[in-house]
Ligand binder design. Structure first.
Ligand code: KG4
Ligand code: ZN
Length: 347
């Protein structure tokens, strides 16, 4: 008699709509990502030079059902194989969060599935487990995105201390604003990453603002690029499209931003005595940051940086964090409360 096959680990449908990616994924309790679909709205927002909140919410409404169907198509049983729903309830754009949570709650009610509301920030941190399923706290997380630049001491699955944060612009926001100054397309992070290739990072030495208490400040760095461009204009006519000026400025800016992030990460590692670090969030897909983080933190037991598609916004990370929240406090009861300012690294 042959042994019965093991039943698959339970599965959550995860939904993420906090900003301009419409995303759904199916994630098993053992951490396996079965299907992960991300529909980016970048092309629709690019002509406006940034995310237009109303447009983003409307596009989530138009696309979410199809994105969910596509994620479920990767699973053998579709809806019937699900054990719950996880959805981002903040932080993010309120209209966008409302579309995701309304859809998730309606779907969960119709299918009689339990639901769990998840912090987008917790999702970014635990995306590290997609790369390293056995990753356990304690570790230090450098969370770098379009809205956040945080250093977090993750002490256990349920306890995390915010060690430091940005006082003004987030680092991703600085990439986006500097890209605009340089006439590069939105989103600015990938554009600068590309433009910096072949540029001379030492031609322009840009400031590396280091604040006490693991703090960051990136608005001065952005202003320094603006002043630099104005000075170059006074010195004589130039064309950003041709010649090395644009890539040299992009490389100088990127070097300054990455150096600042890693200097503070090193300080946080020393302060906490942590032997592991994770670098997560959209900016963690930056090639220089990935390379330099591994080089400068080579003395640690491990630096975990998820694959780029799990650094930028996605729903798989919400599924992983969703299972963490379910293990810690169970599913939610009653209506989910959307919180655009949610600043939580706890389940
Ligand atoms: O995590 P994310 O997708 O969305 C937020 O939660 O904000 O991060 C988006 C940010 C944007 O500012 C984008 O320009 C930046 O991540 N980004 C990058 C790169 N790819 C995305 N920044 C630098 N280099 C990249 N390759
Ligand atoms: Zn994000």
């Amino acid at each position: 008699m042959s042994a019965r096959p093991e039943p698959p680990s339970p599965a959550l449908l995860a939904i993420e709509t906090s900003c301009d990616e419409t995303a759904a994924a199916v994630v098993r309790r053992d951490g396996t990502v079965v299907g992960s679909v991300v529909a980016s709205q970048a092309a629709a927002h690019a002509p406006h030079g940034g995310v237009v909140p109303e447009l983003a919410a409307r596009m989530h409404l138009e696309r979410l059902a199809a994105v969910v169907d596509e994620a479920l198509a990767a699973t053998p049983q579709g809806w019937a194989g699900l054990d719950g729903v996880a959805v981002t309830r903040g932080p993010g754009l309120v209209g966008c969060l409302l579309v995701g949570t309304a859809y998730a709650q309606a779907a969960a009610a119709a299918r009689r599935l339990p639901i769990v509301g998840v912090s987008h920030m917790l999702g970014h941190v635990w995306a590290a487990r997609i790369a390293r399923p056995d990753l356990d706290p304690p570790f230090v997380a450098l969370v770098v995105s379009g809205g956040h630049t945080d250093l977090v001491h993750v002490r256990s699955a349920a306890e995390a201390d915010l060690l430091g944060a940005t006082r003004d612009d987030a680092v991703g926001e600085a990439f986006d604003k500097v890209a605009r100054l340089l006439g590069l397309p939105y989103p600015g992070g990938p554009s600068i990453d590309q433009a910096a290739e072949g540029g001379d990072p030492d031609r322009f030495r840009l400031p590396r603002p280091l604040l006490p208490d693991f703090g960051f400040s990136f608005s001065g760095l952005k202003t320094a690029v603006r002043v630099l461009l104005e000075r170059e204009k006074v010195a004589g006519p130039f064309d950003l499209e041709t010649g090395p000026l644009r890539s040299d400025i992009a490389a100088g800016f990127q070097a300054a931003a990455v150096d600042t992030l890693l200097t503070q990460l090193e300080a946080a590692i020393e302060h906490t005595g942590a032997s592991r670090a994770v670098v997560v969030g959209g900016v963690a897909s930056n090639r220089l940051l990935r390379r330099e983080a591994q080089r400068r933190c080579a003395g640690l037991a491990e630096v975990v940086i998820p694959a780029p598609r799990y650094c930028t916004d996605n729903a798989a990370m919400i599924g992983v964090a969703g299972w963490l929240a379910v293990a810690h406090r169970g599913f939610d009861h009653g209506p989910l409360i959307v919180d655009p300012g949610l600043a939580s690294y706890r389940p």
